[in-house]
Ligand binder design. Structure first.
Ligand SMILES: [Zn+2]
Length: 495
């Protein structure tokens, strides 16, 4: 059964009609009655939930963001509970439409009121959680009910269908085993699609040797994981002289992926006997409890991420004014759920800046009639975000370094360290780059290239570039031991 069947053939007008209807119902029957946070927002701003009838009406609701979760930390860190839908009998009676109540009454007559209560409880009661992986803020829990778990199965299945994965194909899931979205969406997608999946848990759980051994034994055609770790495992396998010719597709998540990185990965796999490998990017975040993906294209082309019209609405807004942008325009991605229970966010600022915005045109690659977002997404230069920092007195967006260093073909892996000269807190800032190269003969030329490119992009040249061994860079990045690579480290003493 095609998990896309209800959404892939709708015209743009039909999709909008579906979203208008779902939005009105979701706000009036679920969000306003059951969400302590949003009820307060509506009341404080004198918004009548009945007035939210179309996607355009969303602009009447103020934007929310991560700050809503972290700012009120004096409440013993329990703010996240205000975002969990909390129905009770009285609220259900008051806010649910007659037709829905009649069905409940019918079910109680037939099976008893206990049965009906249990059914509602199963829909709303949290049974699972994941956490945000913020580098700066405390992790925030996001809860799932059984209804949300069902959706996670659907999202996973839609993703695997998009990659054109056949049931006869085998998957190795190397996302870190942790309360994070990526690992679980792949697990659930495998269940729903009936695809045989080995979830290794990544480097921390099975070690790199264990992951390589699992791939060799399982001979999967699809490999999924975090870009830096997938690259690391394949690189290590190559060093051992392993063949990886079973692999046809690589799916990467939890990080921005450039076309040059995709090409680098495909090239590496080619050198191990895997020809014409497709590399897919995905986009997701904890708060949506969902990830979206690209469909098959040539390695240097991105289809954009395919959205689920029946499950969410994305808007693109001006990050400064909050003004909603038109189709194809750049701006910050804002997410509104249409079908969630437990932790629910609406008009949620992702902090992600998308170049090329949203398109409603049918996908020219797979032909599905779905709205897509451009895959050119970067973290917004938010002061609260670690990605923006002052080095030598100048504000620098560290994303620029990532774009440069990951794209240079000669560079195998890299790390940036911001430190104080002589480790003296009163001294100057220093910017140091550690680089592991594929061919040591080209070091001098590469050193010049890195300096030039970094200066061009950030007006900042590194103080030193150290060429290090594969072994050392793996250790520095903690590729084998951490869930997230230590790509950019700030070792300056905190005040
Ligand atoms: Zn497509």
């Amino acid at each position: 059964m095609d998990p896309w069947k209800n959404v892939k053939d709708l015209t743009y007008a039909q999709r909008r009609e579906l979203q208008n209807k779902k939005l009105h119902q979701f706000i009036n029957h679920y969000v306003y009655p059951f969400s302590p946070h949003y009820r307060k927002i509506f009341d404080q701003n004198n918004i009548n939930p009945q007035d939210i009838r179309t996607v355009e009406d969303l602009s009447k609701i103020p934007l929310s963001s991560k700050l809503d979760f972290v700012e009120q930390e004096e409440q013993k860190g329990e703010t996240f509970k205000n975002f969990v839908l909390q129905p009770d009998k009285e609220k259900i009676r008051r806010y649910w439409p007659k037709s829905k109540l009649l069905r409940l009454a019918g079910s109680s007559l037939l099976h008893g009121s206990k049965y009906t209560e249990e059914k509602i409880s199963r829909e709303f009661r949290p049974v699972f959680m994941t956490f945000t992986t913020g580098t700066t803020n405390k992790p925030v829990p996001f809860l799932y009910s059984n209804h949300d778990m069902r959706n996670l199965h659907i999202f996973g299945a839609r993703m695997l269908t998009l990659f054109d994965i056949q049931t006869s194909e085998k998957l190795v899931n190397m996302f870190p085993y942790a309360p994070h979205l990526a690992f679980w969406q792949v697990v659930c997608g495998g269940f729903e699609s009936c695809a045989l999946t080995l979830s290794t848990g990544g480097g921390k759980t099975m070690g790199t040797e264990g992951n390589i051994a699992a791939i060799l034994k399982m001979q999967p055609s699809i490999l999924l994981g975090v870009p830096s770790y997938v690259y690391h495992v394949l690189r290590a396998a190559k060093e051992k002289g392993c063949k990886m010719d079973s692999i046809k597709k690589v799916v990467l998540g939890a990080s921005r992926i450039t076309p040059a990185f995709k090409a680098k990965l495909a090239e590496l796999l080619k050198s191990m006997g895997a020809n014409n490998v497709s590399v897919f990017g995905t986009y997701g975040f904890t708060e949506a409890r969902c990830a979206w993906a690209e469909c098959p294209t040539a390695i240097d082309v991105s289809s954009g991420y395919h959205l689920y019209a029946d499950k969410e609405i994305f808007e693109v807004v001006d990050p400064k004014t909050g003004e909603v942008k038109g189709e194809g325009e750049d701006g910050e991605l804002v997410y509104t759920s249409l079908d969630s229970r437990a932790s629910t966010v609406i008009r949620y600022r992702t902090g992600d800046f998308v170049k090329g915005g949203i398109t409603h045109e049918p996908c020219p690659h797979c032909g599905r009639h779905v709205t897509r977002i451009s895959s050119d997404i970067t973290r917004l230069s938010d002061i609260k975000d670690l990605q923006l920092t002052k080095i030598k007195g100048a504000l620098v967006n560290l994303n620029h370094f990532t774009a440069i260093l990951s794209d240079v073909e000669m560079i195998d892996d890299w790390q940036i360290e911001i430190r104080k000269k002589n480790n003296d807190p009163f001294e100057m800032d220093e910017l140091v780059v550690y680089v592991c190269v594929r061919d040591t003969d080209a070091q001098d030329q590469l050193e010049e290239e890195i300096k030039r490119e970094m200066l061009l992009a950030t007006e900042l040249a590194p103080n030193a570039i150290y060429f290090v061994s594969r072994e050392e860079i793996v250790k520095r990045l903690e590729l084998e031991t951490a869930n997230k690579d230590k790509r950019i480290i700030d070792s300056r003493p905190k005040n």
